[in-house]
Design a protein around this ligand. Structure first.
Ligand code: C2E
Ligand code: CA
Ligand code: CA
Ligand code: CA
Length: 278
């Protein structure tokens, strides 16, 4: 697709056809993927910078396709959104993530569980009730569930989304603005929503030590968040140097390959015991 964008007019090639047909087939396979247990979650730790404590995880979905093997979310979430499978997919991710969170809790690990919520879900008025039912059935505290919403997701239908987000907030669920800095949120608008946390997009964090502009952006976003009383997660913390810069900037929380890549549950639990990055 990136290649095509550079062409000033649309060119249909054989490869485009093949790609389109493949996408169509994937989209058709999606409803079965949920029913037939082909989805899985990877977990990536979220760590408090001040004391290096693991305080939560982000649950990231993958699809083990019977023919095509492991598929990453950027390749099928848009298809799920376009084919009406996103609701079932999100419900599965929530159920699985909350169940896992309650297992950690039973083991004495009070970890928050962050789940990515697609824009379309915020147009479904029954979504908050579904979340409430799951929390109650599984017995997981609402304040340990975080819903990550991208900036652009909220903007498409502000009033409806705000209503749904408000109900979730009243339930005690945490709301996090994902990929912060890449969208068009105005500051006043950010203040109107019951947001608890922002996640500074990894594109600003990853190269901070080489790009002075990026450091200025991160610093400014941190100031902004502080003055609005929001906590901040920096994504894309890939090495110790970035960690130390963020520490010096008084950033609250970090997530990234430096601590751990997103991994399957067994690998995560083994990592949690040893925490080899420390
Ligand atoms: P995201 O929410 O921004 O998730 C973070 C992505 O950055 C993940 O990619 C993760 O593997 C990657 N990442 C984490 N740490 C680092 C780092 O230090 N450096 C770099 N370069 N990358 C890092 P992943 O797992 O491929 O997910 C891609 C996107 O798919 C996510 O971006 C999220 O928007 C979406 N996604 C994942 N799971 C779900 C889901 O259950 N529902 C929905 N609607 N979207 C999902
Ligand atoms: Ca996210
Ligand atoms: Ca993100
Ligand atoms: Ca992203």
């Amino acid at each position: 697709a990136a290649k095509r964008d550079k062409v000033p007019f649309t060119v249909y090639t054989h490869e485009d056809d093949v790609e389109r047909r493949q996408q169509l087939r994937l989209a058709q396979d999606l409803p079965d993927a949920v029913i037939n247990n082909q989805l899985l979650l990877n977990y990536q730790p979220i760590v408090r910078i001040s004391d290096q404590q693991v305080i939560g995880v982000e649950a990231l979905v993958r699809w083990m396709h019977p023919k095509q093997g492991l598929i990453f979310p950027d390749s099928f979430i848009p298809l799920a959104e376009g084919s009406g499978s996103i609701e079932a997919l999100t419900e599965w991710v929530l159920e699985e993530g909350i169940r896992q969170g309650s297992r950690w809790l039973a083991d004495g690990n009070r970890l928050s569980v962050s789940v990515n919520i697609s824009a379309l879900i915020l147009h479904n008025p029954s979504f908050p009730d579904m979340v409430a039912r799951k929390l109650e059935n599984i017995g997981f505290p609402a304040e340990l569930l975080k819903l990550e919403i991208t900036e652009s997701a909220i903007i498409s239908d502000v009033s409806r989304a705000t209503e749904i987000v408000n109900r979730l907030h009243e339930m005690g669920v945490c709301l996090s603005i994902d990929d912060f800095g890449t969208g068009y949120t105005s500051l006043a608008y950010l203040r109107k929503l019951p947001v608890d946390e922002i996640k500074i997009d990894k594109s600003f964090v990853m190269n901070m030590m080489h790009a002075a502009d990026d450091e200025v952006i991160v610093r400014t976003l941190l100031d902004l968040a502080k003055s609005l009383g929001l906590s901040v997660v920096a994504e894309g913390v890939e090495d110790a140097l970035i960690w130390r810069i963020l520490e010096a900037l008084d950033c609250d929380v970090a997530q990234g390959y430096f601590m751990s890549r997103p991994v399957d549950i067994d690998t995560f639990n083994a990592w949690l015991k040893v925490q080899p990055w420390k």
